[in-house]
Structure formats: C-alpha cells, structure tokens
Write a new protein. Sequence first.
Length: 385
Amino acid sequence: MRIDIVLLIAFYFVAPALILKACKKIPLLKKIGSIAIAYIIGILLGLSKLLPSDIYATQDLLTSITVPLAIPLLLFPSNIKDWFRLAGTSFKSLIVGLASVLITVIIGYQLFRPEGNPEFWKVGGLLVGVYTGGTPNLASLNVMLDVKPATYLMVHSYDLIIGAFYFLFLITIGQKFFNFLLPAFKPSTAIASAEAEEEMESYDALFNRKALWPLIKVLGLAILIFVVSGGIAMLFSPDYLMIVVILSISTLAILASLIPGVNKVNESFDLGMYLILVFSIVVASMVDLTNLASPTFAILGYLTFVIFGSLLLQVILSKFIKTDTDTMIITSTALICSPPFVPVVSGALKNKEILVPGITMGIIGYALGNYLGFLVSEFLLHWPF
C-alpha cells in the first residue's frame, strides 16, 4: 500500500482522538460538539485538494467497515425495556416522514420539471428511492428505470453535496432550532439530562488502561457479528446486501445485549462513538463541490427542495401529532441519509434511546424504497399534470 494512503488512513483514525482532547480543553469546541467538528474537518479535507485522486475506493472501504462495527458496539449497553416506550411514537413519525418525502417529490416535480425533458419523471423516482431508503435503492432504481448515466451521476453528486449541508445543520443547531417548534424529548431513564450529556461526550473510557481488556472483548464480538452478518448476506441477492447486513448486525447485537457480561461493558458505547467520529471525517471528505462547476439547475433545485421541503413538512405534521424533536430528527435522518448516519445523529443529539428506533426506521425505508420509487415514477409519468 502506498505511503500517502497509509498516512491518510492513519489521519482518519488519529484525528478523532485529537478532537476529543481539544474538546476537553476548549469549552467552545465542546459546545460545538466532537461530531460536528469531525464533519467540518472532513469537508475541509475534501476541499483541500490534498487527497490522492484515487482515494475513493479506500474511503468507501473505511465507511463500509466503521459503521457496521460501530452499530453493535453502540447497541451492546442498550436497555431493551426503554425501546418499547418509543414504538408508537416512532411508527407515527415514520409514516409522517415517508409521506413528507412522497409529497415533496410530487410537488417538486411540478415546480422544477424542465421543458423538453421527457425523462425527468425518472429523477422523481430516484429521489423517492434515495430519500426513503438510501444509495442501494438509488442504484437499483437506476437500473429499473434505465436512467441515463449522466443523470444518475448528477443526482448522486448533488445528493452528497446538498445532503452534507442538511446533515451539518441537523448535528449542529437542528435540535435547538426545532425545540422551539416541537416538544423536547423526555428520556425514560433516571439520569439527569446534564449528566447524560456529559457521559455521552466524555469518552474517558477510551483513555483508561483498565478498560482496555473489556474494549478488546466487545470489539472482538462486534467483529464476529460483522463477519457472521456478511456471511448471512451472501445467501441473498446482492441487491439486498445492505439491508441484510444492517438488519443482521442490529439483530445479533440486540440479542448479544441480553448477555449481562456484554450489557455491562459501558465502555463499548464510547468505542462505537469513536468509530462514528472516524466515519464522520471520512464521509465528509468524500464531498466534492467541483461537481457544481456545470450544474443542472433543474435537478439541483428539485433535490434541494425535496431534502429541505420534506424536513419542513415533517416538522409541520409532527406538530399536529405531537412528535418530539429528537424523534423527528432521527426519522428524517434515517430516511434522507439512511441507517449508517443514525448513530452519528444519535450521538450529536446526546440521546442513546433513539438509536435503535432510528436504525429500525431506516431499515424499513431500505425495504420500501425500491417499491415507492418505482410507483411514484410511474405516477409522475402517467398522471395528466
């Protein structure tokens, strides 16, 4: 492996430790949050032109490893009893989130459809797929609808760019902003809010030698779950790879959390969040603003409208059904960004309880994305607008 690739990988894994140390010493950085800082550093790295031109495969590999390992580590200390309290709220929020995406895609099609483009309806189908499921759905619908390669690449590039700004908003000021409009989340645990925030941001266990052996054990278990889930996924069609892997990892991790020896290793959550910080820097560094050099404004406007329009509509509808801020945000994240981003937002919101519902909603979105994308595209094609 080339030295520049090795150094970059080392930076991805060492930078989070430096961020955590800086957040402990500088109150302003702590207030911004380690995840937000990691994301900002990643974006700046991507814009710096310091990255090798052939780095994408390495970045993609890192994102494919860090999140599947982080999810079980984050779930091991979970308390299953708390999950059922959110079931009804999460389900209603998921329905509202899906409806918001579908409505804004249909309205946006009318607003941004260019004259003389008979295939713009396919863009609507792609947007439904990616914003109810994720990139696997985007790729599947690309084949199903026979989308032109240039159109597909444009949608995917704009999704990364505009999605980065949307995501940065959620993990920085989103919670405080929406708390003015929606009720704040009420934790079911007896831990005081301030104490919970301090615990979630401390990461002290990672720098404690006594925690080394417990961390090695839970990391080994997470790797085992990852490998087993990958083996299970091999039994299914490649089109369902992401769905099967995430579902298997989540299920096996929840089952493992029932084991007292696993559930009591609270340091596991810190290690999982450290991997999420690595993921945050890597995925943010993959954003390429040069794709806007020759923009297709119809697609750019349509995509931007769907992302932020669906969020606005979801907030309005959530107001009527009295959904709390954190549940609304995690639902939007699970749909717009897909399940791998749920742990990032859960950490940024300092709320462990919404992690499992968020991943579950994202998996449902993966399962529905292809169907909804195809149905909406057919609707846009044949409806006499």
